[in-house]
Structures are given as C-alpha cells and as structure tokens.
Design a protein. Structure first.
Length: 173
C-alpha cells in the first residue's frame, strides 16, 4: 500500500537479498518505480543499496535521533513450509517462530549498527530531531527451516533462502 504523506522526508530503501531471476527482479523494480513516482519520490543512488527513492530536496541534516518501529515480516506467497527432510508441513506456531525470530534479529542488528557508528542515537520517543525508521522483510523464503526438533538431522542446501528488505525514513512533524 502506498501512503500519501505530507511529510518533509520520505526515503524508501529496498535491498534485494538472495538470488532472484533477472526478469522477476526487473518486473518488481518497475512496479516499485511506478508506485513510488505517484507519491512524488524520485529514484536516487546510494552506495550499498540496490534501489532507493527520496522526495526531491529532502535532507536528513536536522536529525540526530531515530526511532525504529517493530519489524514487519511476511513470507513469499509461493513458499512451501515443509520440515527439512520431511513431507510434513511446519505448524502455524513454527512459522510464527520463524517470522518473529527474523523480525527480532533484524531489529537488534539495525539498533546495534545505528548505535555503533552512525550519527544517530536510537530513542523511544518522538521529537523535532527524531526520524522514524520503518523496516519490513517481504518475500521471506527459507530453504531449510530448523525447527529444533529432537534427534539428529543434517540438512544440506546451497542457500539459506532469500528476502527483500524494505526501509522507510519518515518525518512525522
């Protein structure tokens, strides 16, 4: 859902993680570009980010603090949640454990990274110099989910999976 916001700063960052087919990635990027251009955002280049958009003239200069909202995680629609080495599906609780575990790890890592070297202090309350960071994991695809079931098992895979990381920087003044 594209939100129409009358905010000073909106930057949307999308980092594609994992291997997607080139045509699917191009279609996804084209759809994102079209959707974001309706909200007045323009594509920009940021080192280390695959796809980024910002409102023309937006600046982060007036901010020295950031609030990190809870991370939202959604699985890819075609993900088939089978237990590793089995035909049995993962239970709803096991899928929720994976979803909440990924959300927790991403939240912790963003917080650690911002507290270490970035010029932003992570805070819990809004203010004039506070920027809101909304992070989402879309299209999470886990190749061999570990359910921590008793007994010995070995699972071999070339990749742990893939996901799309989406972030929005928002000024709510």
């Amino acid at each position: 859902m594209i939100r129409s916001m009358s905010t000073f700063v909106i930057a949307t960052l999308t980092l594609l993680v994992g291997a997607e087919s080139a045509s699917a990635a191009n279609e996804q990027r084209a759809a994102i570009e079209e959707a974001l251009s309706h909200d007045g955002l323009q594509k920009i280049k940021i080192k280390g980010i695959d796809l980024a958009y910002a409102r023309p003239g937006a600046s982060l200069a007036g901010y020295n603090k950031v609030i990190i909202d809870p991370v939202e995680v959604s699985f890819r629609k075609d993900w088939d949640p089978k237990r590793a080495g089995s035909r049995a599906n993962l239970s709803a609780q096991e899928r929720e454990n994976i979803r909440s575990g990924v959300a927790r790890i991403v939240q912790e890592e963003f917080t650690k990274t911002l507290e270490k070297g970035a010029p932003y202090k992570v805070v819990k309350e809004a203010g004039a110099d506070v920027l809101r960071l909304q992070i989402g994991i879309a299209d999470l695809y886990v190749n061999a989910p570990d359910t921590m079931s008793p007994g010995r098992s070995r699972t071999y895979t070339l990749s742990a999976g893939e996901m799309t990381l989406v972030g929005e920087l928002i000024d709510r003044r």
